[in-house]
Design a protein around this ligand. Structure first.
Ligand code: BMA
Length: 341
């Protein structure tokens, strides 16, 4: 096996902190020492920001943030940063317009992802469509935001777009579910030529027999293209007598046919341990929504929501985390098959 590399842009100003001397050397991911990077009441009228996504933009960074307003309803706010750690937010919610230029304000909007494909940035979130479903919008300048058709029927959450087309098609992971607080859920993938009609649905991976992800799973950050396949950070949920616990897991999907899981880590990569992950509006949640990564150095910064209250930052290197996932891989037939029945 040759050296593992990220295939993508160089982002030399990727936020970074070396592994601290006191970190357990067998853990592939370590936390930023000044976490959480976004604290409570960050914008007037917004009590908490968490489960949010960021991308490099020019020499700086831009992001879409889940802001829980003081009336309890989540919405998406735009933020900008020079270092991807200290963020300044717009006071107003993102002003989406529909394709006819008419204002579009979802009833609620949460868990946004932000993915650049070719020259366009796509925002994907969860919104009401007679039940929880996926909403989408696009922008090229972060000034005008055009809402595009809802890609999927309800009930669905955790839609994550791939950062490039595969075999000529846009590819999107999502997590169809029932109408309740999803007591189950597997990750599926769908394709589209035009971002309007989605099909060729395939099963990617389900909850597993590993206890930490035995209840449900959902896509997290946009997959990172590497020489080993698509590196996916996702969330896995377990149930306890005191409620759900959300951990971060890792898998590697086939580069040309990502419904095939090549490796899937049987251990979580990160689980709630720090006060800002264990204590908050919803205790015991670590929920990844984005990474910033640098192809040259292999550095990866993972952005995750913590306890539905804060944003945390964690770090890893592509070669280290991929080696760890491969070393601890446990795949089943439902992972490695094409996913059609
Ligand atoms: C999920 C989503 C996330 C949230 C998590 C834990 O179902 O709603 O937004 O972080 O629950 O509350």
């Amino acid at each position: 096996m040759g050296e593992v590399k990220i295939i993508g842009s160089n982002v030399p100003n990727v936020p970074w902190q070396d592994r601290p001397a006191d970190s357990k050397e067998w853990m592939p991911v370590w936390r930023y020492s000044d976490n959480p990077i976004i604290g409570r009441n960050p914008i007037e009228g917004v009590a908490r920001i968490f489960n949010s996504a960021v991308v490099p933009y020019g020499d700086e960074f831009i992001g879409v943030f889940r802001g829980e307003q003081i009336n309890g309803i989540p919405y998406i706010y735009l933020g900008r940063s020079k270092d991807a750690i200290h963020w300044e937010f717009d006071k107003e919610k993102i002003p989406f317009k529909d394709e006819n230029g008419k204002e579009f304000m979802p009833v609620y909007a949460y868990d946004p992802r932000l993915v650049k494909v070719e020259d366009t940035y796509y925002i994907i979130w969860c919104q009401d469509f007679y039940g929880a479903a996926i909403g989408m919008a696009k922008t090229t300048d972060f000034k005008t935001f055009t809402r595009i058709e809802n890609p999927f029927l309800p009930f669905n959450r955790n839609a994550v777009l791939f950062p490039r087309k595969i075999n000529g098609n846009f590819m999107m992971l999502s997590r169809p579910s029932d109408s309740g607080h999803t007591p189950f859920g597997d990750i599926f993938i769908s394709e589209s030529k035009d971002m309007v009609y989605w099909g060729k649905h395939r099963h990617v991976m389900g909850k597993s027999s590993e206890w930490w992800e035995a209840v449900k799973i959902g896509g997290g950050a946009a997959p990172i293209e590497t020489t080993e396949g698509w590196l996916l950070f996702y969330h896995g949920v377990t149930g306890t007598c005191n409620g759900y616990v959300y951990s971060i897991g890792g898998a590697i999907l086939d580069i040309d046919n990502p419904s095939i899981v090549k490796y899937r880590c049987e251990n979580f990569l990160l689980t709630p341990e720090e006060w800002y992950e264990e204590r908050g509006f919803v205790p015991n949640v670590t929920f990844p929504c984005a990474t910033i990564h640098d192809a040259e150095s292999g550095k990866i910064a993972i952005y995750y929501g913590a306890a539905d209250s804060y944003v945390g930052l964690a770090f890893t290197k592509a070669d280290e985390v991929i080696a760890y996932i491969k070393e601890h891989s446990h795949v089943t037939e439902s992972d490695t098959e094409i996913g059609v029945r």
